[in-house]
Design a protein around this ligand. Structure first.
Ligand SMILES: Cc1ncc(COP(=O)(O)O)c(C=O)c1O
Length: 462
């Protein structure tokens, strides 16, 4: 963290303390030498991590929080507000309402009911819980590329879950979805379709605009899981089909977005939005302990979770003040840069003899590729070796087991169905700096590929 932020933080801490200076002094006991030793140990223990904040870390979905988010979170810690009730977090609840309204505005939802949550899973749970309340016993449907927690959440809620196959680009397959409605079996009574804008493994974007056309014919709720991809709505360089899916968001019934993924926030920050504020009635409950201080809305009255870190709302609010969600603004440019980096990496991979790529360029900022080898099995083994070799060169990638149909390669068709998955290399280019660092990443990847002799074992060109 830059030194500047420590100076800003201590000035802001003094300002915060002044607000409580009229109270009798209650000094905290000194920490003593042990604390310094322990913190040194903590620092040493934390070396046992990949360098998530550095651009050479391009593996999983990990993006460092913005320094202002870290500082605002730390500042809020001296109050440690709880956003369940106004009694426990007055200022931070007000900041949460403003921060959530800024998210809703980004999606052109003038009317909404929503709040922050501990993360995307809990926010999705809440969306599907509301769906289950409105359509008891009706199934939840999601694509085979949707986040794995949707089927688990459905089982927790006692709702049937149906998996819809994805097409050769990892998007929900529309004919398969339509067929589901036409089979008319009671087990297939779909109450809600989960539409993922930014799938976890490959960043594919389900065609929300097309699914809305189906919704007119067969009535169902639409829940958009944009936990990963939601902020890309601000990017101006998406392909027309991806843009069409994002532009359809105002017609969805509920939406999840994770500020702790692309929103520059520390963990513990998801967000759920409902388009119809009337769903608030479903949360109605009595709490004899908490709601005393005001008749205004307590966030706990529209949330399944009870205690929640008010500091998350403070950090998000502060970040939004510095980097507002404005098309063309600095925050939007960061997302555009990530998408551009993914397109460029896909281009280089496609031209390389070492690798096999999907035919279509990435829809967001996640790139995946297989190693050019005669069989999926050989390809998978080489991917693991390249992953290890790259890590030795400080380039941290990820591995993902993906369906071979994503590659549309005739060569592998004869292995299907016995080898219908292949372990791929995968890179999440979440950091705006990834575009500038692409040459460094590419050099290390090529060195790693050469080291494991990929060049000597390619399949025939297609
Ligand atoms: C599309 C999608 N939905 C939901 C989740 C779960 O979110 P969380 O890890 O914040 O609980 C993820 C996590 O990667 C995701 O990518």
């Amino acid at each position: 963290m830059p030194d500047e932020i420590f100076q800003l933080l201590s000035a802001a801490q003094r300002q915060l303390d002044e607000g409580f200076a009229h109270l009798p002094a209650n000094p905290a006991p000194p920490l003593g030498e042990a604390a310094s030793t322990i913190l040194q140990q903590v620092a040493a223990r934390l070396h046992d991590n990949y360098p998530y904040a550095h651009p050479l870390y391009a593996g999983q979905m990990l993006k460092p929080p913005h320094p202002i988010a870290r500082a605002a979170y730390a500042l809020a810690m001296s109050v440690n507000p709880n956003n369940h009730a106004l009694d426990g977090g007055r200022a931070s609840s007000a900041m949460e309402i403003e921060a959530v309204a800024a998210i809703a505005k980004m999606f052109n939802w003038p009317q909404h009911l929503g709040h922050l949550s501990s993360g995307g899973t809990f926010a999705n749970l809440e969306a599907l819980w509301v769906a289950g309340q409105l359509g008891p016993g009706k199934a939840i449907a999601a694509s085979d590329q949707a986040h794995y927690t949707h089927s688990r959440i459905s089982s927790v809620l006692g709702l049937p879950f149906v998996t819809i196959p994805s097409d050769d680009r990892g998007r929900m397959d529309l004919p398969a979805l339509e067929q589901l409605f036409e089979t008319n079996e009671p087990a297939n009574q779909i109450g809600t379709v989960v539409v993922t804008l930014g799938t976890t493994a490959i960043g594919s974007v389900d065609p929300l605009d097309q699914i809305l056309i189906l919704q007119k014919k067969h009535k169902f709720r639409i829940h958009v899981d944009a936990a990963y991809g939601g902020y890309f709505t601000l990017a101006s360089n998406l392909s027309p089909e991806t843009r069409a899916a994002f532009d359809a968001i105002p017609h969805a019934d509920s939406l999840v977005i994770d500020p702790h993924k692309h929103g520059l926030q520390p963990y513990g920050c998801g967000c759920i939005l409902f388009r119809d504020p009337a769903v608030g009635r479903l949360y109605k409950h009595d709490s004899p302990y908490t709601y005393f201080s005001s008749k205004d809305l307590h966030l706990g009255e529209i949330s399944l979770e009870c205690s929640r870190a008010g500091a998350s709302a403070v950090a998000l609010w502060a970040t939004q003040q510095l980097l507002p969600y404005t098309p063309g603004g600095a925050f939007a440019q960061g997302l555009e840069s990530s998408h551009a980096a993914a397109i460029e990496l896909h281009r280089r991979l496609t031209e390389s003899p070492h690798f096999l790529t999907p035919t279509a360029p990435p829809q967001l900022d996640i790139v995946f590729w297989a190693v050019n080898a005669p069989t999926p099995e050989a390809s998978s083994a080489l991917a693991q070796s390249i992953f290890d070799e790259a890590a030795r060169r400080d380039l941290h990638l990820a591995l993902a087991k993906l369906p071979t149909h994503l590659f549309l390669r005739d060569t592998w068709k004869k292995f299907i169905p016995s080898h219908n998955t292949v372990t791929c290399l995968r890179s999440v280019l979440m950091k705006p700096e990834h575009l500038l660092w692409l040459d460094h990443l590419w050099l290390r990847l090529e060195q790693a590929a050469s080291q494991v002799s990929v060049v000597n074992s390619p399949i025939e060109p297609f």
